[in-house]
Design a protein around this ligand. Structure first.
Ligand SMILES: *Cc1c(COP(=O)(O)O)cnc(C)c1O
Length: 242
């Protein structure tokens, strides 16, 4: 076997295992498998892996750093995947991100909404936006990994929905490592679901709930996630940064 086919076999096996987990979680929750979309987080892995994943049927990939993502998306031009941006986003990167990403999961402040809107309008693109909710602290200050306080979700949602070139798609969170939800992903994802329900009363089309990673996708599916973001369980453990 060449290295390429060995890698594809490894990815196929990992994907099958993740698929089995999603299927099991859907069954346990009484949900249909097609209510949950798998997004494979390809950060730190090469464009070659994105192409192999696409051949294996993956249609959604996510990245968290613009520089890496821009180069990878460029290398993968013509590959039938939708690019999701899930990292903290600086306004000076917005123009680049708007060039390749279709869905932005990390909208957490008004200034970013304005920058995304200008970039999308300028490039004639339409971006799906999720409000990232920080559950680290249920206070007015957002957590260290980005995200808006639960109390500012409605305001941000309104801003996205009113912005040219943007569509409000829903909410996203990362299970917190600190604060009242630390070590309690189920409780965090239930809280996200409540926030999603609140947002949907104002914006009925904003039904997307992005939650759950390799370690907690079952909890997320049980709590109503529509999209799970899975990296290491598909691609392998990433080398630790720093
Ligand atoms: C890296 C990352 C993931 C995937 O994490 P794994 O533990 O590798 O599955 C999901 N969401 C975000 C925002 C990430 O940065």
């Amino acid at each position: 076997m060449t290295d390429l086919t060995a890698r594809q076999a490894e990815l196929a096996e990992n994907l099958a295992r993740v698929e089995e987990r999603i299927r099991g979680a859907c069954a346990a929750a009484g949900r249909s498998r097609d209510e949950v979309t798998l997004i494979v987080v390809t950060k730190t892995y090469p464009a070659r892996d994105v192409r192999l994943l696409a051949e294996l049927g993956v249609r959604h990939v996510a990245e968290n750093r613009d520089q890496e993502a821009a180069a990878k998306a460029d290398e993968c031009a013509g590959t039938p995947v939708t690019w999701h941006f899930v990292g903290q986003l600086q306004t000076n990167k917005v123009r680049s991100v708007a060039g390749y990403a279709d869905v932005i999961h990390s909208v957490d402040r008004t200034r970013l909404v304005n920058a995304l809107s200008s970039a999308a309008a300028h490039q004639g693109r339409r971006l799906d936006c999720l409000v990232q909710v920080a559950l680290d602290a249920e206070s007015e200050t957002a957590g260290g990994r980005g995200g808006a306080a639960p109390g500012s979700v409605a305001k941000l949602g309104d801003a996205v929905e009113a912005a040219q070139g943007l569509r409000l798609a829903g909410v996203m969170t990362v299970a917190p490592l600190t604060g009242p939800y630390a070590g309690r992903p189920s409780a965090a994802f239930e809280r996200l679901r409540e926030i999603s329900t609140g947002l949907c009363t104002r914006h009925p089309a904003a039904t997307m709930v992005s939650a759950g990673m390799s370690s907690d996708l079952e909890e997320a599916v049980a709590a109503g996630a529509t999209h799970v973001r899975v990296g290491s369980a598909v691609l392998g453990e990433r080398p630790r940064l720093g």
